[in-house]
Design a protein around this ligand. Structure first.
Ligand SMILES: Cc1ncc(C[n+]2csc(CCOP(=O)(O)OP(=O)(O)O)c2C)c(N)n1
Ligand code: SF4
Length: 275
């Protein structure tokens, strides 16, 4: 039985059991987590109607702090677990949160196929361009030439565009925001949660401890200024997919809904029962 704290926001967190948190001072993950919770409250999503699922990483630690149904799975395996949860409990809101490493590297295949199947889930990808938890190795989103713990002379790999992949693989709704643009981020998460089908929000976030340090971007405040000046609204660009060196923020893809996988699967089960 959960002990109520008489504050709906605080009541969404396992304050007594899990705080203080392990995140570094100035990390953007706290902003992302708090914004998510504010959206849950605004939309009236009850804690016992919500399951938040994650893999492993700093971003994935969020499931430990939230006081709803949560599932902290293996590295990269949040989406398979979320798929099972959604099929078993189609009435629940299922949200996945994780880092660019967790969701785009080891979990990349699951991401593509979850979008292709149009699972009725919202995925929040916290993109800090690095593997924060394990010491700042480069990830699939680290831009070419940038330095990392595993690329002291520069990363020779090309990077993924998370939103582009989500759209190409079949997501119904794709948006990008940053931890600087908190009101905008809140709106993007809200729209994603209201979409029936696979929705993705990429949150460009600061990791001052590793990514910021390796790129010489300075402390958390400087990184927030960097997020502000590097971002451009989708309404102000001709083609959001061809913009280089800026973070194009806003709704990048919002298509007419088609029945999500959980609904099709339920219909299939009903047909099978009638046989
Ligand atoms: C199978 C497996 N491989 C590797 C690891 C080590 N590992 C833990 S977290 C992590 C990377 C996390 O990076 P990301 O998902 O970008 O999240 P961040 O910590 O930056 O939020 C890795 C490689 C692991 N736990 N399990
Ligand atoms: S290592 Fe980076 S991502 Fe992880 S908590 Fe610290 S600042 Fe955040």
């Amino acid at each position: 039985m959960r002990e109520l704290k008489n504050d709906p926001f605080l009541d969404f967190f396992r304050v007594d059991e899990r705080f203080p948190h392990i995140l570094c001072p100035g990390c953007g993950i706290g902003t992302t987590m708090a914004t998510m919770v504010r959206v849950f409250l605004d939309l009236g999503i009850k804690q016992d109607e919500l399951c938040v699922v994650s893999g492993i990483g700093c971003s994935s630690r969020v499931t430990g702090y939230l006081d709803c149904d949560t599932f902290h799975t293996l590295h990269g395996r949040a989406l398979p677990a979320a798929t099972g949860i959604k099929l078993a409990r189609p009435d629940m809101k299922v949200v996945v949160i994780g880092g660019d490493g967790d969701i785009m590297a080891i979990g990349g295949n699951h991401f593509i196929h979850s979008a292709r199947r149009n699972l009725d889930l919202t995925v929040i990808v916290v993109n800090n361009f690095t593997y924060g938890m394990t010491g700042g190795q480069y990830s699939p989103t680290t831009p070419t030439q940038e330095r990392a713990a595993t690329a002291p002379f520069g990363n020779v790999e090309r990077s993924f565009n998370v939103c582009f992949i989500a759209r190409a693989a079949g997501a119904m709704f794709v948006a990008r925001s940053t931890t600087f643009h908190v009101a905008h981020l809140k709106k993007m998460i809200q729209l994603a949660l209201q979409k029936n089908g696979f929705s993705v929000v990429e949150v460009i976030s600061q990791c001052p401890t590793f990514y910021g340090r390796y790129q010489g971007l300075g402390d958390a405040v400087k990184m927030l200024e960097w997020l502000k000046t590097r971002s451009v609204d989708v309404e102000k660009v001709a083609n959001p997919w061809s913009v280089k060196d800026r973070f194009v923020i806003g709704v990048l893809h919002d298509q007419e809904e088609v029945p999500p996988y959980s609904q099709l699967y339920q219909e299939l089960r009903n047909r099978a029962k009638e046989k």
